[in-house]
Design a protein around this ligand. Structure first.
Ligand SMILES: [Ca+2]
Ligand SMILES: [Ca+2]
Length: 221
């Protein structure tokens, strides 16, 4: 009898794992933690490719390209968005008086991109970016969620030397802590704006987990 009960438990557990694997997004309803502590809340995340925006302002009125879609092979092919180095200073020099102050102003430079996505449930979401910075003057982007203000995502993750960075994960931080956004289930828009020229942007991960993703690009479910 005990053997039968054990077998039934194993089958139920295996089925449970298979079902969770299929759904990809784990619902927090109806799953109780062992010992009846409360519902198990599984993290959820949305993966967006930076080079597949919903909208993209990729050139200046004079035709200068300010975001390029590129790819490179690193074992697997990485597709990314790159801001070519040097266009911001050139753009400012052309009409210096009016444009100089725009350099430090949140979301004021050309080069905006939007990314529409679905939040799978009401929760707090954290923004992570897989990027390869160029140098100290090419290690940031402006980012905002829906109609929030723009926040500066700037760090030195991936630093090898002053002008040599490798691909790394970066997270939106504010006052030394991950900056979370309360989102309702449904459609939202993540906004990107140029802050410095030179960075390469691969993926966004919008996650209910406050920890930084590890390793290479995240595989989409
Ligand atoms: Ca910088
Ligand atoms: Ca990518």
């Amino acid at each position: 009898m005990r053997g039968v009960i054990a077998l039934v438990i194993v089958v139920v557990l295996v089925l449970g794992v298979v079902m969770l694997g299929r759904t990809g997004v784990h619902s927090n309803s109806g799953n109780s933690a062992p010992g009846g502590i409360g519902p198990v809340v599984y993290p959820v995340r949305t993966v967006l490719e930076c080079e597949e925006p919903t909208t993209l302002e990729d050139k200046l009125p004079d035709g200068t390209l300010i975001w390029l879609k590129k790819q490179q092979s690193e074992g697997t092919v990485i597709k990314y968005l790159e801001s070519p180095d040097g266009w911001i200073d050139k753009w400012i020099d052309e009409r210096k008086a009016e444009r100089k102050e725009l350099k430090g102003k949140a979301g004021a430079l050309p080069g905006k991109a939007s990314y529409e996505f679905e939040a799978p449930r009401d929760d707090t979401y954290y923004i992570n970016l897989r990027a390869k910075w160029l140098d100290d003057c090419g290690n940031s982007v402006w980012v905002k969620m829906d109609d929030s203000p723009y926040f500066n995502m700037e760090d030195q993750n991936g630093l090898i030397s002053e002008k040599n960075y490798k691909w790394a994960w970066h997270q939106m931080f504010l006052d030394g802590r991950p900056r979370g956004f309360q989102l309702t289930k449904g459609k939202h828009t993540l906004w990107l704006c140029t802050r410095e020229d030179g960075p390469k942007l691969d993926q966004w991960v919008i996650s209910t987990e406050a920890s930084l993703p590890v390793g290479g690009p995240v595989k989409k479910p």
